[in-house]
Design a protein around this ligand. Sequence first.
Ligand code: NAP
Ligand code: ZN
Length: 365
Amino acid sequence: MRNIIDEKYIRLCFQLAKKGEGFVSPNPFVGCVIVKEGKILSAGIHEKYGALHAERNAILNSTEDFFGATLYCNLEPCMHTDKQTPPCVPLIISSGIKRVVISTVDVNPKVKGKGIQQLREAGIDVTTSVLEDEGNELNKFYFKTQKCGIPYITLKIATSKDGSITEEEGKQTWLTGIESKKFVHKLRFSYDAVLIGANTVNIDNPQLTVREVEGRNPKRIIIDGKLSSKLESKVFNDSEAETFVYCSDKAESSLKKSFGEKNIRVIEVETDYDMQIKLEDVIKNLVVHKINSVLVEGGKHIFEQFFNSNLFDELIHLQSPAILKNGLRVVDTSIFSNLELIKKISLGSDFMLHYKNLRSKCLQA
Ligand SMILES: NC(=O)c1ccc[n+]([C@@H]2O[C@H](COP(=O)([O-])OP(=O)(O)OC[C@H]3O[C@@H](n4cnc5c(N)ncnc54)[C@H](OP(=O)(O)O)[C@@H]3O)[C@@H](O)[C@H]2O)c1
Ligand SMILES: [Zn+2]
């Protein structure tokens, strides 16, 4: 049965947890409040990766007496010890808290119900699954990586009204307006990394930063089997964000050396002599670099590989009113029939259509 009071405080935990956006990854977003007799005694946030957990902050940042209180937390408290910060469950137990309410179980195999079990064994009343769908949405990046061994992947495609991504091959066409640009920069802020292909580097020479909003820039990932990107491109020469280039182990050594001399992380991937990198090899490797979420921004060849492999979770389609009769098309519209439209809004004279891929692929059970 729904408990409106529990939902109210779990919603507050979601709001607090979101303050960690841009800082906590690859950890989950976590917020916590401690309540007694209808009064909030304390609150805590997991502020950044490596910092104390929200429950620990809530308990230690207050001198209130928590005996008999209820602790609300959007994620199951942790009990494992092989990490940088101490576990939360023993502290909750020793604080005198008598009830714990959570939204989602932590899918990390080291926790996964064990935190709840230890709390119950200590005589604490535990309520789970409060606003679970919202809790899952909040931590979708973390849950995807934990469950599938690959980051959460969103494709962001701008097209003309008639479905072209650019006026002609090899040419940059600015399709959308300033409202869409701001929207994209905000979106970039919420992702750990942005990914593009070598031709987009060469043709568009993008910065892939969040200039229109305040916040940290995402990491930049370039897929470039032959290392054909121009070294003078902005992504290789500004120091706005860390840049990773994935190339074939068969790429020319002199090129590898030139890229390596810049402040770029060159990651070699084993390929055949065609120097085509398997997408799976790149995205599995991103997790090693603590990247839980990726915004894929093109171009055509990159989008097609994600569509063909079904290795994406969401699609954000920015549709401009422009008509480009003979432009470069990226997909036939049949792809959209496999996706669920969850939102459509106007951004100036553009539309933003947001889809979920209900059949996105996982690489590990
Ligand atoms: N409207 C939009 O949303 C949007 C967004 C971005 C770009 N664009 C447009 O798209 C066009 C570029 O599209 P595109 O298809 O030519 O370029 P792209 O997808 O950006 O890059 C393709 C190139 O990247 C390298 N690459 C990609 N996947 C690889 C893999 N698995 N293994 C090894 N290398 C790989 C290859 O370089 P090599 O050929 O050197 O091996 C390949 O030719 C431009 O006109 C740009 O303006 C539009
Ligand atoms: Zn914890």
